[in-house]
Design a protein around this ligand. Structure first.
Ligand SMILES: [Zn+2]
Length: 189
């Protein structure tokens, strides 16, 4: 299993979810292993995809704050949190949760330096508070391709990655669309 995939990936920039799926299709999907792609990922210690085909965009799968109504650490009271916050230290890489096209890679006062990726299947994802961006609007990205390096820019109370997922333009709870996340010991309501 491993060496074939390795050769397939020669000449490509990295191992990622779409390459593993491409390889499985190329080889006829006939390994007698229904969990072939997942096993490739385990072999290479790569992130596995959820049922929706999304991978966790950070090396750590730890969620500091969930989607929904949460306490506001900056202004007090509560606020609507439109995404989830993932543990990500300063300048740690964050990558796209799936293949797509970068529609925004810019700065806003709330998101700081952020990237939005259109996955061209109704879904889009947004990654915020970067220290540095790694892509530009118009770039095509693969699942697992680095889009930025984590920071604390914009409306943020510490280094982390804020992730939003939209389905047909409507924000959804990313936790329901990603592989299982660990919850940090940081208390959220
Ligand atoms: Zn957030």
């Amino acid at each position: 299993m491993g060496p074939g995939f390795l050769y397939f990936c020669e000449g490509k920039t990295s191992f990622n979810a779409s390459y593993a799926k491409d390889y499985e299709v190329k080889m006829g999907g006939n390994y007698g292993d229904p969990d072939y792609v997942e096993h490739v990922f385990q072999y290479y210690e790569m992130p596995t995809a959820s049922n929706h085909g999304f991978i966790i965009p950070t090396a750590r799968n730890t969620m500091n704050e969930r989607y929904g109504t949460v306490e506001d650490p900056i202004r007090g009271g509560t606020r609507m949190h439109n995404g989830i916050d993932l543990a990500c230290s300063k300048d740690e890489a964050a990558w796209s949760i799936a293949d797509g096209v970068v529609t925004d890679a810019t700065f806003s006062s709330s998101y700081g330096y952020f990237v939005e990726v259109d996955h061209q299947n109704g879904y889009s994802s947004l990654y915020a508070h970067f220290n540095t961006l790694a892509v530009r609007a118009g770039d095509r990205v693969s699942s697992g391709q680095v889009v930025g390096y984590c920071g604390d820019t914009g409306f943020s109370a510490g280094y982390h990655l804020h992730l939003e997922i939209r389905l047909n333009g409507v924000r959804v709870d990313p936790e329901g669309y990603l592989p299982k996340l660990e919850r940090s010991s940081i208390v959220t309501p």
